[in-house]
Design a protein around this ligand. Structure first.
Ligand code: SF4
Length: 238
């Protein structure tokens, strides 16, 4: 869901993206950590580049697997669900605790499409790290896990579940063409119909001048919307 970022190895990982196959059960303050793992493309400590939390220190967990198939996707390497090594939840907790000690303000669970997986155990396992959990999702699946912040980036070709429209804190629509603006308004209206009033953001597609011009002009005339830029790419971060 997020753009590519520069991995910063944490003491627990050694090297970001390294294979993990540990499958033991470990005790934490929140109870025993389930032995199960998840396919992880990479983990890294960087800055959140986009959305309302842009510019803040964050620890990213990018899960493998996505069937949404966006043509402009910048993380197509994350799409296969089976080629990325399984990393145990205990290992992810250790990495998150190390990132917290190094200054991370929150954790971003991204992908791929992270909700292709049941995130309940992951969220519960990460609780002892004491960091708020953020989710970046297209919303095509049922919501699992518990999050302090949900960034919903719905896609025209795979509209989101109503439950995600009702639960998200920010609605972030990628803009390439005029039809994306109409879709953004339809999603905002659907969120209101679901009883929610998330922050509304338009994000131009990367290196898409038409999308930039459309989004800027629209935000200028529609003050309920805010421009979101992929600042991590502009800065050369991953
Ligand atoms: S949902 Fe996200 S990861 Fe999946 S194809 Fe679309 S942009 Fe890429």
């Amino acid at each position: 869901m997020a753009g590519a970022r520069q991995p910063v190895p944490t003491p627990a990982t050694g090297a970001a993206g390294a294979s993990r196959t540990t499958a033991t059960t470990e005790a934490t303050d929140a109870g025993p950590v389930p032995a199960a793992g998840l396919p992880v493309v990479e983990t890294f400590h960087s800055l959140q580049g986009e959305g309302l939390h842009a510019g803040r220190s964050a620890f990213f967990i990018r899960l493998g697997g996505c069937t949404v198939g966006c043509s402009w996707c910048d993380t197509k390497h994350s799409w296969p669900a089976t080629t990325h090594p399984q990393r145990s939840l205990a290992t992810l907790l250790a990495e998150t605790q190390a990132a917290a000690a190094a200054g991370a303000a929150f954790v971003v669970i991204t992908g791929g499409e992270p909700l292709h997986h049941d995130l309940n155990d992951l969220c519960r396992t990460l609780q002892p790290a004491g960091l708020p959990l953020h989710l970046e999702t297209s919303g095509v699946d049922l919501l699992s896990g518990g999050f302090a912040w949900i960034s919903l980036s719905p896609k025209r070709h795979r509209p989101p579940k109503a439950a995600l429209l009702a639960a998200c804190q920010e609605l972030k629509v990628v803009v390439h063409e005029a039809a994306d603006l109409a879709f953004a308004e339809a999603m905002a209206a659907a969120a209101v119909a679901a009883g929610n009033r998330p922050a509304l953001l338009l994000q131009p597609g990367w290196d898409c001048k038409a999308g930039e011009q459309l989004a800027i002009a629209y935000v200028r005339g529609q003050p309920q919307w805010r421009l979101s830029l992929q600042s991590h790419k502009q800065l050369g971060l991953r």
